[in-house]
Write a protein that binds this ligand. Structure first.
Ligand code: ADP
Ligand code: MG
Length: 335
């Protein structure tokens, strides 16, 4: 028998992923749209659009419509979603005949934003659309027992935001979000290199530096890396060597702000659930969880076990797709 596709979409601030039950992750692309400002046409979405960052003529601007975890522009977000769904059916060969689609949105999103996403997806021909909150999807994707009356703590360190949530019995008991994540770290690296070396580097270079030699606030064996940028004094291109200790110093503030958010969330935990957290610890996910030493550092700071989700960059999408079978039991799912 032919069955309609069940599709889960992780609408992240940095990356959009699409998961289907039969094929797993079928699409994973940056949440970037390139717009021609002369006529507001979408020129490219996803990987192609990210490639354009910092390299295009003035009239073509790459936009990240979800950058801060809130939807800055409905129109562009809707277009992004539609182009992504088109790619899924074309490239990944997923049948788009009246699919059931679950989208997970940042937990700070308003009901108006959720409605806008719902409508954009629905207008693509979806039979049913469900919206679920990101922390729940993240927890399901990390195999935490979300439906049980046991506290699970999920820390999702994304591009634009980091979210910390305590989940129990299918709902969010307590949740905090900060607009600090991987993007802020990239920005801090740019500022640091500018101050220290008088060199201007691009966002993508900064992201590479972070991924290659960035470390959470732990002792580590120092590494270094060559970085290319523009000398602000001579105006000429220059190569410098940056060390991991310098990068660590650069991103210190972001890391401390993420830690403070974890502390604040744990402090707001109902006492009956605190015991679960002591025993079961917290799970970190999202791209930022992959920073070298993150797990070790948090364990040292929070004094409970810290687990790394199996696929930090994919677990929210996987959880979103899997949530369908338990959607009726999840408390805050809105139709
Ligand atoms: P979102 O859910 O907000 O789209 P993601 O969970 O996809 O975000 O994470 C994206 C962020 O994770 C980016 O800032 C990216 O630079 C960062 N990131 C990805 N891989 C790593 C890594 N190995 N080390 C440190 N940061 C990483
Ligand atoms: Mg995410």
């Amino acid at each position: 028998m032919f069955s309609n596709a069940e599709i889960g979409i992780d609408l992240g601030t940095a990356n959009i992923l699409v998961y289907t039950k039969s094929k797993g992750i079928v699409l994973n692309e940056p949440s970037v749209v390139a717009i021609d400002t002369r006529n507001n046409q979408v020129i490219a979405v996803g990987k192609e659009a990210k490639e354009m960052v910092g390299k295009t003529p003035r009239n073509i601007v790459p936009i990240r419509p979800l950058k801060d975890g809130v939807i800055a522009d409905y129109d562009i977000t809707a277009q992004l979603l539609k182009e992504i769904l088109k790619k899924v059916s074309k490239v990944a060969g997923v049948s788009m005949r009246k699919p059931t689609i679950v989208v997970c949105t940042p937990s700070g999103s308003t009901s108006v934003e959720r409605r806008a996403i719902h409508n954009a997806v629905k207008s693509y021909g979806a039979k049913e659309v469900h919206i679920i909150e990101e922390p729940i999807a993240a927890a399901i994707g990390a195999d935490l027992p979300v439906e049980e009356p046991i506290a699970s703590v999920i820390v999702d360190i994304g591009g634009g935001t980091s979210e910390v949530a305590i989940i129990s019995f299918g709902g969010v008991v307590s949740c905090r979000s900060v607009r600090t994540g991987g993007d802020r770290m990239d920005e801090e690296i740019i500022q640091y290199i500018r101050r220290k070396f008088n060199i201007l580097i691009g966002v993508r270079t900064a992201e590479n530096v972070k991924i290659e030699i960035g470390h959470a606030l732990i002792d580590h064996k120092e590494e270094s890396m060559e970085v290319r940028g523009r000398d602000l004094v001579t105006g000429l291109p220059r190569v410098i060597t940056v060390t991991s200790t310098q990068v660590q110093e650069a991103i210190r503030e972001s890391l401390e702000s993420i830690l403070a958010t974890i502390h604040a969330t744990l402090e707001s935990c109902p006492p009956e659930l605190s015991g679960d957290i002591v025993d079961r610890g917290i799970t970190i996910t999202g791209g930022g969880a992959l920073l070298h030493g993150m797990q070790e550092w948090l364990e040292k700071e929070v004094h409970v076990p810290v687990h790394l989700a199996p696929n930090p960059l994919e677990s929210v999408a996987i959880g979103t797709g899997r949530s369908l079978k338990m959607i009726n039991k999840l408390q805050k799912a809105v139709k």
